[in-house]
Design a protein around this ligand. Structure first.
Ligand code: MN
Length: 320
């Protein structure tokens, strides 16, 4: 069993200052918080003349690269020599994705996370903050450098995405104080909002229309379901990633306690996303070998569309 210890903001800042070659790992299927935190920390550490490289087992996505052409893409394969590896916004080792085994064997590792998960690194800075960008923000304040526009912009990226634009329960006083400070330092807030909350491709908008046209309700409207098949995706030339987030339209229906979105991932294999209001969708997804959060979970189910829908309706029916 390797030894792990709890680390404070100032200890983490000191640790990073001591190291010369630093590898930052974003979590698999990277979101705005892990990307923003990695880029901000990279900018800060390079200001201190450190050698920093960013890794992730998936790229950060075209929308982001279009909006911020200056940022460097993650390295998808590991290479280089480092003094420390840092897992950014990772609640457990699996989040490091395909680098997990290598990460686990490395002697000097540091977790920066806000999911309150297990200690899997040598040093663990695990908080109850709204976002990992707040951890990086506080680390940056301990380092001998000033916030600038770029740092403020990427720190804002994680703050506004992980708080759902300051609307989720995790939004607190610290979120607004941080936002005020980042605003003062020139964060490009409108641009971040556009990229993460507004911009869609034409294919995505058409796909949403198709999903909405496939809406079905069960249990007096307490369950709302939508689906997309591979032929829908092909018709609009959309890739599978374009189905992400559509489930929100199902749970937004005022009568809904369960929102379900099925997207055909491969022929007769459906990725099922569920959202709940006062209803544990995690338990439903666990019945199918999936999981996640109590009110936001997912699973994969194989079968013909109508059979898959029937299975879900029946399973939800046990507890609704
Ligand atoms: Mn996060």
């Amino acid at each position: 069993m390797k030894s792990t210890k709890k680390t404070t903001i100032s200890q983490a800042a000191k640790l990073l200052e001591e190291k010369e070659r630093i590898a930052l790992f974003a979590h698999t299927n990277p979101d705005g918080d892990t990307i923003g935190a990695c880029i901000a920390l990279c900018i800060a550490l390079r200001k201190l003349h450190k050698t920093v490289k960013l890794f992730c087992d998936m790229p950060m996505g075209d929308k982001l690269k279009k909006a911020f052409p200056e940022i460097e893409e993650f390295c998808l394969e590991f290479s280089g020599k480092f003094d420390i590896l840092v897992a950014v916004d990772c609640g457990d080792l699996n989040r490091v994705g395909k680098f997990a085994d290598f990460y686990d064997k490395f002697a000097e590792t540091l977790t920066l996370d806000h999911h309150g998960g297990l200690f899997f690194s040598k040093y663990n800075l695990v908080t109850q903050y709204a976002c990992t960008c707040q951890i990086v923000y506080e680390i940056v304040q301990q380092l001998p450098l000033q916030l600038d526009e770029r740092l403020a912009t990427f720190l804002y990226m994680g703050l506004c995405t992980d708080t759902g634009n300051f609307s989720h329960n995790n939004t607190d006083r610290a979120s607004f104080l941080m936002a005020a400070d980042l605003c003062e330092h020139g964060a490009e807030m409108e641009k971040i909002n556009r990229v993460f909350f507004k911009d869609t491709t034409l294919a995505e908008t058409k796909l949403l229309g198709r999903a909405l046209s496939h809406i079905r309700t069960y249990y007096d409207g307490e369950m709302v379901l939508m689906y997309l098949t591979q032929s829908d995706l092909n018709e609009f030339g959309a890739d599978f990633g374009a189905t992400a987030g559509i489930v929100q339209n199902a749970i937004n229906v005022d009568t809904a306690r369960v929102g379900v979105m099925l997207a055909e991932y491969m022929p007769n294999i459906y990725k099922v996303s569920m959202r709940g209001k006062d209803f544990s969708v995690r338990e439903v997804c666990q019945q199918f070998g999936g999981g996640g959060h109590v009110f936001a979970s997912g699973c994969m189910i194989s079968g013909f569309l109508e059979d898959v829908i029937e299975k879900i309706v029946r399973t939800v029916g046990f507890t609704i």
